[in-house]
Design a binder for this molecule. Structure first.
Ligand code: CMC
Length: 392
C-alpha cells in the first residue's frame, strides 16, 4: 500500500473528465455546459435546462417540441407499477419509494438503453424525467389517500407537478405565475452540480455497465443523507427547533461550535464553494420575492436570516469559510409552495434527475471508460491466525 495516497472523502481527486458542469469554488461560479446559472435560473425552463445538460446544447424550437411530446407520452406509469404503491406502509419515506420505483421502472421499460441509438435514448431519458415527477406526486397522493392526478398537456413541467400534487377530483389546482416560476427556478438550480456524492454514485454504478434506472436509483439513495440532499429537510427542522425552543441564534451556534455536541449548522458549508454558493444567493432572493408576492410571512425566514448573519459574523464559520449553501433557503420556498417537509429531498431528486442522466450518458458513451475502483490504505491486522471455534 506504500504507493497509495490517501485522499479522505476524495477531497482532491479528479475522478473523471466531464464536459457537463463547471464550478469555480473560489469565485462562486456555476455553469451548465458553459452557461451561467444566473441566466438559466431566470430565463430557462427546467426542461430546456434538462435538454442542455443531457444533449449538450439548448434545444431549438423543434427539439423542444419533440421533447415536450416525449415527456407527455411517457408521464404515465405502467398499470402494474401502481400496485407497488399499495405495498408500501402509509408512512413510508417518499425517498425510499422513489428509489425503489425508479429501480423497478426498468422491469417495465426498455431494457437496454443504447445511448448510440439517439431516438431510443431520448425516449428513455424523457420517460425517466416525466416518471420521476409522476412517482413523487403519486407517492404523496397515496399517502393522503387521494386518487392520482394525471398531467395536463397545457402545463409545463413545474406547473404539472403542482397540479399532480394538489388537484383533487373536480377541482384543478391553478398555481400562480410566481409559484410556478419559483418551483421552476428551484428545479433549474438543482439540475446538476458536477461530482457531488449522488452524481459520483451514479457514475460509479454506471461505470460497471449498469443501466440508467439502476444508476439513477442509486443516486437517489446517496442524495437522501443529511449531509447531501437531506440537508434541505434538516435545515427546516433546525429552524423549527430554534423557533419552538426560543434558543437565540448565538446560543445555537455555540452548540454547533462545541464539537462534542455533534451538531452541525445545516445548510452551511460546501466542499467546493469557499466564498459563496451562487445557488444560495439566487434562492435567498427568490424566497423573499415569493413570500412578498404571496403576501405571506414565514417566521422561519426571519430566523434563517438571523442565523446566517450571526454565523457570518462568527470567527468559527468565517475562518473555515463556511457560507449558506443551496439547502439553506430552498426549504422556505418549498414550504411556501405547500410541499410537505418529508418531500423536500424528493424535490431535490426531481431537480437532479437530468444531471444524473447526463452523467450516466457521459460514462456510457465513453468507449474508454474504466470501471470506478478506488484503492484504500489498509489499517487492519496484517496477519491473524485462524483458530477453531472451540478455542475462540
Ligand atoms: N457546521 C459546522 N461546522 C462545519 C460545517 C457545518 N455545517 N461544515 C463544515 N464544518 C467544519 C468541519 O467540522 C471542519 O472543521 P475542522 O477543520 O475544525 O475539523 C471544517 O468546517 C471543514 O469541513 P469539512 O467537514 O471538511 O467539509 P466537507 O467538504 O467534508 O463537507 C459538507 C462539506 C457540505 C458535507 C459540510 O459542510 C456539512 O456537513 N454541512 C452541513 C450539511 C449540509 O448543509 N449539506 C448540504 C451541502 S450542499 C448541497 C448538497 O450537496 O446537498
Amino acid at each position: 500500500t506504500g504507493l497509495i495516497t490517501l485522499d479522505d472523502g476524495y477531497g482532491n481527486t479528479g475522478s473523471c473528465q466531464s464536459a457537463i458542469t463547471f464550478i469555480d469554488g473560489e469565485k462562486g461560479i456555476l455553469r451548465y455546459r458553459g452557461i451561467p446559472i444566473e441566466d438559466l435560473a431566470e430565463r430557462s425552463s427546467f426542461i430546456e435546462t434538462a435538454e442542455l445538460l443531457i444533449f449538450g446544447e439548448l434545444p431549438d424550437e423543434e427539439e423542444r417540441t419533440e421533447f415536450r411530446h416525449l415527456l407527455s407520452e411517457n408521464a404515465a406509469l405502467h398499470r402494474d407499477m401502481r400496485k407497488h404503491f399499495d405495498g408500501f406502509p402509509a408512512d413510508a419515506h417518499p425517498m425510499a419509494i422513489l428509489s425503489a420505483m425508479i429501480n423497478a421502472l426498468q422491469t417495465h421499460e426498455l431494457h437496454d438503453i443504447e445511448t448510440t441509438d439517439a431516438a431510443h435514448f431520448k425516449y428513455a431519458a424523457a420517460g425517466l424525467i416525466a416518471k420521476t415527477r409522476t412517482i413523487a406526486a403519486a407517492s404523496y397522493k397515496s399517502h393522503i389517500g387521494q386518487p392520482i392526478a394525471y398531467p395536463r398537456y397545457d402545463l409545463n413541467y413545474a406547473e404539472n407537478f403542482l397540479h399532480m400534487m394538489f388537484s383533487v377530483p373536480y377541482r384543478d389546482y391553478e398555481p400562480t405565475p410566481e409559484v410556478a416560476h419559483a418551483l421552476n427556478m428551484f428545479l433549474v438550480l438543482h439540475a446538476d452540480h458536477e461530482q457531488n456524492c449522488s452524481t459520483s454514485t451514479v457514475r460509479m454504478v454506471a461505470s460497471s455497465g449498469a443501466n440508467m434506472y439502476s444508476s439513477v436509483s442509486a443516486g437517489v439513495n446517496a442524495l437522501w443523507g443529511r449531509l447531501h440532499g437531506g440537508a434541505n429537510m434538516a435545515v427546516i427542522e433546525m429552524l423549527e427547533h430554534i423557533r419552538t425552543t426560543g434558543i437565540t441564534p448565538e446560543a445555537y451556534l455555540a452548540r454547533v461550535k462545541d464539537r462534542s455536541s455533534g451538531v452541525k449548522l445545516m445548510g452551511f458549508g460546501h466542499r467546493v464553494y469557499r466564498n459563496f454558493d451562487p445557488r444560495a444567493r439566487i434562492l435567498k432572493d427568490a424566497a423573499d420575492k415569493l413570500l412578498d408576492a404571496m403576501h405571506v410571512t414565514d417566521p422561519l425566514l426571519d430566523i434563517a436570516r438571523e442565523v446566517e448573519q450571526a454565523a457570518l459574523a462568527d470567527d468559527y464559520f468565517a475562518s473555515r469559510r463556511l457560507y449558506p449553501n443551496v439547502d439553506f433557503y430552498s426549504g422556505i420556498i418549498l414550504r411556501a409552495i405547500g410541499i410537505p417537509l418529508d418531500m423536500f429531498t424528493v424535490m431535490f431528486a426531481i431537480g437532479r434527475t437530468p444531471g444524473w442522466i447526463a452523467h450516466w450518458k457521459e460514462v456510457t458513451d465513453n468507449p474508454r471508460q474504466r470501471i470506478y475502483r478506488p484503492r484504500q490504505v489498509y489499517v487492519g491486522n496484517p496477519l491473524s491466525q485462524w483458530v477453531p471455534r472451540s478455542e475462540r
